[in-house]
Design a protein around this ligand. Structure first.
Ligand SMILES: *[C@@H]1O[C@H](CO)[C@@H](O)[C@H](O)[C@H]1NC(C)=O
Length: 794
C-alpha cells in the first residue's frame, strides 16, 4: 500500500518534471519530436503532445509499457527505448499505433514477448536482450515492410527464422553474446533473404561458433568481437569458408573489435585471398603476443581494398620488416592503414598494383617511399597526420610516381627552408593538400607545376610573393587561416577560379585583385579584420558589384574590425562619402568655398558701406563706455548746456535745419554763439563762456570751416582743455571731405585730428542718418543736472 503510494508520488513527480522539460521540435518534415533521453524516467509520461511522432526515451529506467501510455500518442512513428529495464513486453500495447515504423528495444532485459503484428513496422531492434531463444513469433511473418531486424538469443535452432523466411529483410543483426557462453551443443541456423548480416559475439570469449549458419545470399557480413589466438584461428577461417561464404555475392566483409596474433591475422588474410570478397575492413584491431616473419602467397585475388583502422600493437619487440612486407607487397588496388603506430612502410619490390594508399595518422617520417620507383600506378596517396618535416623530401618522394594525382600531406610539420634547392615533383599531381603544416611564403617556390587544387590553409604564410613560379594550371587556392595581409594578384595564377582566404589578417584589401584575377568565379574572404576607412571604400563597392555567387559568405562574414566605432558593422552597411575620402577634392572644395565667401563679404561690405557702419559702431561704443566711466559729479559743475556747436557760417543751413533740431529733439541743450551771446562781452569771451558752460563741443568740419579763422580759435580752446578736465569733450563732425592739402599748415592741431580720423562723417545716404544721429546723441546719454542759465549768473 505504502509502496504503491510512493511510486504514484514518484511518477507524479516525474510527470511534473517532464512537463517542464519536454522539448518539442518541429523538424523539416513537420515531424513532432520529443527528446526525453537520459532523464531517469520510469514511465512514458502521460502528458505528451498527442501529435508526437518521434519519441526518444532511451537511457531511462522504464520497466513496463502500457496500452494507456501508447494509445495517447497514436501518431507515433519512431520510438526509441534502448537502454531501459523492460523485461516483458506485450506487443499489443502498440495496437493503436498504426503508424509505428521504427521500434528500438535494444539493450533492455527482455526475456518474453507477447506477439502482435504491427503492420507498419520497418525497423525492429530486439538485440542485446536476455532472450533464451530467438524472439520470432509467427505474427512477425506479417511485417512485410520490415527492412531491419535486430535479435538476440542464447540458443539457436535451425528453423527459428522460418516465420520470417519469406520476408525480404535487408539487414539482420544477431547478438550472440549470450550464446557463446553456453554453447556446448552444436546448433544450426538457416538465414533467408537478407543482404546484410551482422553477428555480435561475446567480447571476452575466444571465438568459437558451434553453430552451422547457412545463408542464402548475403552481400555484407559483419562480425563484432573476435578474439583469436594461434589455436582457434582455424575456427574463424572455417566459419568464413563454409557454408557462409558460398555464393559469389559476398563482397564486403567487416571485422570489428578483433584481437589476434600476427600469425593468425596473416592466416586469415591468406584464407580470404582466394575468396570472392572485394572489400575487407578491419576496425579496432589489437595485435598480441608476437610478430614474426610470415609466409604470404599473393595469389590472384578478388580483393580490391583492404582497410584497417585503429590498430593497437601490444607487441613491443619485433622486426618492423616482418610487419611491413606483408602489406607492401599486396597485389590489391587500395590499402588503408590508419590510426596505427606504423613508423614506416616499405617500397614494393616489384611494380605494385596500388592505386590508392591511405596511411592517415601513423608516425611516418620523411624517409617514407624515398627512391621508390615501383609505385608507378599510384594515383592517390594520403599521408595525413604523420611526422613529415621537409617539403623538399615530400616532392622528391613523388618523383617516380608518374600517375600520382592526389597527394594529401596535411597535418604534418612540413616546412620548406631550402631556398637553393630546386624542388622535384611528380608532374602528374593535380591536387595537393598541404594544410595544417608550418609552411611560410617560401612554399610557393616548391610546388608541383601542374597543380590545379592547392590547399594551404592553416599554415604560416604572411604574403604571396609576386615572383612565384608560374602555376598556370592552378584553379583552386585555399590559403585560409594564415597571416596574409592582402589579397594576392593573379599574375602567376592565370587560371585561378576559386580563392579561399578567410581568417587571415587582411585589413585593407587592394582592388587590384579584381583587375588581375579575371577568371575568378568564387572568393571567400570573410572573417578578416577589415579596417573600415577610406581605403576600404572601393573594395566594398567592388564586392557589392560582383555577383552573389562569386563572393561566398557575403555579407555575413564581412565585418569591420576597426575603428572601434564601426566594430561589428557589416561591410555592406559601411559607407563613406567621396568627398571625405579624396584629399585633393576636399582641399579644392574648401578653397572654393572660402573664395566665394570672401568675395561675397567684400562685395557686401562695399555695397552696404559696412566699414563705415563698423567705424560708427566702434565710436558709439567707446563714447558710451567713456560716458559711463566719468564720474557724474565732476561733470556737473556749472554746466548749463550739453553742447556748444562751432561751425562755419556757410554750413549754418545744415546746422540749423538738421543738427540742432535733431539734438534738441533728444532734449540736448545747445549753446549756439549767435543765439546765446551775452551782449557786452567780446566775441572771444563769449566763445570761451559758451565752451565753458557746455559739457561737450561739437565742431562741424568742412572746407568752409578750414577757411574760417574764428572756428580755429574755437577749436583751439575746446581742444586745449582750457575749461574742462578730460580730453573727450570734442565731437568732430565731418560734413564734407576736406582734402589734406587744403588745411593750412599753421592749423597743425586740425591736421592732427584729421589724420587720427576721430571724426564722425555725415553720410550722404539717407539710410545711414539714423545711426549717425544715434552716435551723436550717445555722447550725451547720461543724467546731467544742468544749472539754469539764470542760476549760473548769480
Ligand atoms: C585537405 O585536408 C584537410 C584535412 O586534413 C581537409 O579538411 C580538406 O578538405 C582537404 N582539402 C581538400 C581540398 O580536399
Amino acid at each position: 500500500m505504502t509502496r504503491d503510494k510512493e511510486s504514484t508520488m514518484r511518477s507524479f513527480a516525474y510527470t511534473v518534471i517532464v512537463t517542464v522539460g519536454i522539448v518539442i521540435q518541429s523538424s523539416d518534415e513537420n515531424e513532432f519530436t520529443v527528446d526525453l533521453s537520459k532523464r531517469g524516467l520510469t514511465h512514458i509520461p502521460r502528458d505528451l503532445p498527442s501529435q508526437t511522432e518521434v519519441l526518444d526515451m532511451s537511457q531511462n529506467n522504464v520497466s513496463e509499457l502500457h496500452l494507456s501510455d501508447m494509445s495517447l500518442i497514436s501518431r507515433l512513428k519512431v520510438l526509441r527505448l534502448s537502454h531501459n529495464r523492460i523485461q516483458c513486453l506485450d506487443f499489443s500495447v502498440f495496437r493503436f499505433n498504426q503508424d509505428l515504423e521504427y521500434l528500438d528495444l535494444s539493450h533492455n532485459q527482455l526475456k518474453k514477448l507477447s506477439c502482435h503484428a504491427i503492420q507498419s513496422l520497418q525497423h525492429l531492434d530486439l538485440s542485446f536482450n536476455d532472450f533464451d531463444s530467438l524472439p520470432i513469433c509467427k505474427e512477425f511473418g506479417n511485417l512485410t515492410q520490415l527492412n531491419f531486424l535486430g535479435l538476440s538469443t542464447s540458443k539457436l535452432q535451425q528453423l527459428d527464422l522460418l516465420p520470417v523466411s519469406h520476408l525480404h529483410v535487408d539487414s539482420i543483426l544477431l547478438d550472440l553474446q549470450g550464446y557463446s557462453m553456453k554453447g556446448n551443443e552444436t546448433g544450426s541456423l538457416q538465414i533467408f533473404n537478407t543482404k546484410k548480416l551482422h553477428f555480435v559475439f561475446h567480447p571476452n570469449d575466444l571465438f568459437s561458433v558451434l553453430v552451422n549458419i547457412s545463408v542464402n545470399m548475403i552481400e555484407c557480413l559483419q562480425l563484432t568481437n573476435i578474439k583469436l589466438n594461434d589455436d582457434n584461428c582455424q575456427v574463424l577461417i572455417n566459419f568464413l569458408s563454409e557454408p557462409l561464404i558460398r555464393g559469389p555475392n559476398l563482397l564486403n566483409l567487416t571485422l570489428d573489435h578483433v584481437e589476434t596474433t600476427w600469425k593468425c591475422l596473416v592466416r586469415v588474410f591468406q584464407s580470404l585471398w582466394s575468396k570472392p570478397i572485394e572489400y575487407l575492413n578491419i576496425y579496432n584491431l589489437t595485435v598480441v603476443e608476437r610478430i614474426d616473419e610470415e609466409e604470404f602467397t599473393y595469389s590472384k585475388t578478388s580483393l580490391k581494398a583492404l582497410k584497417i583502422e585503429h590498430i593497437t600493437n601490444r607487441v613491443f619487440l619485433f622486426s618492423q620488416t616482418a610487419l611491413y612486407t606483408v602489406f607492401s607487397e599486396m597485389n590489391i588496388m587500395m590499402l588503408t592503414i590508419s590510426e596505427a603506430p606504423l613508423i614506416h612502410m616499405l617500397c614494393p619490390q616489384a611494380p605494385s598494383m596500388f592505386k590508392f594508399l591511405n596511411f592517415t595518422h601513423n608516425v611516418f617520417t620523411d624517409s617514407i617511399f624515398q627512391n621508390c620507383s615501383t609505385l608507378g600506378r599510384l594515383e592517390t596517396l594520403i599521408l595525413q597526420k604523420n611526422e613529415l618535416k621537409e617539403l623538399f623530401k615530400v616532392g622528391l618522394m613523388t618523383k617516380d610516381m608518374q600517375s600520382l594525382e592526389i597527394l594529401d600531406v596535411s597535418w604534418n610539420s612540413l616546412n620548406y627552408d631550402r631556398y637553393d634547392g630546386i624542388c622535384t615533383w611528380a608532374q602528374s599531381i593535380v591536387m595537393l593538400n598541404l594544410s595544417s603544416n608550418i609552411l611560410t611564403e617560401s612554399v610557393f617556390r616548391c610546388l608541383p607545376p601542374r597543380v590545379k587544387v592547392l590547399d594551404l590553409h592553416s599554415n604560416r604564410i604572411r604574403s604571396i610573393p609576386r615572383d612565384v613560379n608560374n602555376l598556370e594550371a592552378l584553379q583552386v587556392l585555399n590559403v585560409a587561416s594564415n597571416f596574409l595581409t592582402n589579397l594576392p594578384g593573379c599574375g602567376a595564377f592565370s587560371s585561378l577560379s576559386a580563392l579561399i582566404i578567410d581568417y587571415n589578417s587582411i585589413s585593407s584589401p587592394s582592388v587590384d585583385f579584381f583587375q588581375s584575377c579575371q577568371n575568378i568565379r568564387s572568393v571567400k574572404a570573410g572573417n578578416n579584420p577589415f579596417q573600415c576607412t577610406c581605403e576600404l571604400r572601393e573594395f566594398v563597392q567592388r564586392m557589392g558589384q560582383v555577383s552573389r555567387e562569386v563572393v561566398e559568405d557575403w555579407p555575413g562574414s564581412y565585418q569591420c574590425d576597426y575603428p572601434e566605432s564601426f566594430k561589428g558593422t557589416a561591410l555592406k552597411d559601411f559607407h563613406m562619402s567621396q568627398l571625405s575620402c579624396n584629399t585633393t577634392l576636399l582641399i579644392v572644395t574648401i578653397v572654393v568655398i572660402v573664395l566665394v565667401l570672401g568675395s561675397t563679404t567684400v562685395m557686401l561690405c562695399i555695397y552696404f558701406d559696412v566699414l563705415w557702419y563698423l567705424r560708427m559702431m566702434c565710436h558709439w561704443t567707446q563714447t558710451r563706455q567713456r560716458a559711463r566711466n566719468t564720474p557724474l559729479a565732476e561733470l556737473q559743475r556749472n554746466l548749463q548746456f550739453h553742447a556748444f556747436i562751432s561751425y562755419s557760417e556757410h554750413d549754418s543751413a545744415w546746422v540749423k535745419n538738421e543738427l540742432v533740431p535733431c539734438l534738441e529733439k533728444e532734449n540736448i541743450r545747445i549753446c549756439l554763439h549767435e543765439r546765446n551771446f551775452v551782449p557786452g562781452k567780446s566775441i572771444i569771451e563769449n566763445i570761451i563762456n559758451c565752451i565753458e558752460k557746455s559739457y561737450k563741443s561739437i565742431f562741424v568740419l568742412s572746407p568752409n570751416f578750414v577757411q574760417s579763422e574764428w572756428c580755429h580759435y574755437e577749436l583751439y580752446f575746446a581742444h586745449h582743455n582750457l575749461f574742462h578736465e578730460g580730453s573727450d569733450n570734442l565731437i568732430l563732425i565731418l560734413l564734407e571731405p576736406i582734402p589734406q592739402n587744403n588745411i593750412p599748415s599753421k592749423y597743425h592741431k586740425l591736421k592732427a585730428l584729421m589724420t587720427q580720423r576721430t571724426y564722425l562723417e555725415w553720410p550722404k545716404e539717407k539710410s545711414k542718418h539714423g545711426l549717425f544721429w544715434a552716435n551723436i546723441t550717445a555722447a550725451f546719454h547720461m543724467k546731467l543736472t544742468l544749472v539754469n542759465e539764470n542760476d549760473a549768473e548769480t
